[in-house]
Design a protein around this ligand. Structure first.
Ligand SMILES: CC(C)(COP(=O)(O)OP(=O)(O)OC[C@H]1O[C@@H](n2cnc3c(N)ncnc32)[C@H](O)[C@@H]1OP(=O)(O)O)[C@@H](O)C(=O)NCCC(=O)NCCS
Length: 215
């Protein structure tokens, strides 16, 4: 496990689009891979690379943990990234694809159901992370090791908690976090796509308190 280097950027973006749909590729429901990679990874690669950990196998990146140790900075920058990425995507012709409209509809339905109003207790959980491992390398303790790297960073900075957000249909992802000491804090309505159908699910916020007394 090691910290991110700029040469890892493309590998991270590729793992992102191959796993961002609850562990599966996004291509089944959305055509603009660049937009998803921009939205999901570019804050971490470009603005907080010091909290981005990668796992390598034979010199190839096979998984990553994107973390943020500074929620205020994240909040200040991420909406700007979203706007810029959205405009670039429109220029690439996203609005001419039927799948884009279905995807936008899931976002609209989630917003109307209040799914984006997550009340996260940032004073208790001031840091967050996302973890994505290449399908062929799951179940080999890589996620757990990346998590250890981030937890020790959080502890060193004297921060007291981490939160993560997982889709309710990502049962394995939820189990991984629960095994890693996270507890469920709240659940929020969300709409997702599967085989071109929109279905109602939820996003689950999980949190782990970090004791700074431990080594
Ligand atoms: C979830 C994910 C990060 C786990 O990483 P991993 O390297 O496969 O997990 P590890 O091998 O380190 O497993 C650590 C522990 O979690 C458990 N675990 C991991 N994946 C699990 C699954 N799908 N179902 C049940 N338990 C699971 C393991 O059994 C292990 O428990 P143990 O210590 O008691 O043996 C990885 O499967 C992944 O990238 N999934 C797709 C993306 C995703 O869902 N990310 C999480 C949401 S942000």
């Amino acid at each position: 496990m090691r910290l991110y280097q700029p040469k890892d950027r493309q590998a991270i973006r590729e793992i992102c689009v191959a796993t961002a749909n609850a562990g599966n590729p996004i291509d089944h429901y959305f055509s603009d891979r660049e937009l998803i990679a921009d939205l999901v990874t570019s804050y971490y690669t470009d603005y907080e690379p010091g909290a981005l950990w990668v796992a390598e196998h034979d010199g190839i990146v096979v998984g990553y943990l994107t973390g943020s140790l500074d929620q205020q900075k994240y909040d200040a920058i991420v909406s700007r990234i979203g706007l810029k990425a959205g405009l670039k995507s429109i220029c690439r012709g996203i609005l001419f694809h039927r799948s884009s409209w279905r995807f936008l509809l899931t976002i609209l339905k989630t917003a109307m159901a209040g799914g984006f109003n997550k009340k996260i207790l940032f004073d208790q959980y001031p840091t967050h992370l996302h973890l994505n491992i290449d399908r062929d390398f799951r179940g080999k303790n890589i996620g757990a090791k990346l998590m250890e790297c981030f937890v020790s960073q959080v502890r060193q900075k004297d921060l007291h908690g981490i939160y993560a957000i997982v889709r309710s249909d990502n049962v394995g992802g939820c189990q991984f976090f629960e095994k890693s000491g996270f507890v469920r804090l709240s659940q929020h309505p969300a709409f997702f796509l599967s085989a071109n159908k929109i279905f109602k699910g939820a996003t689950i916020v999980l949190g782990r308190k970090i004791s700074t007394a431990c080594p």
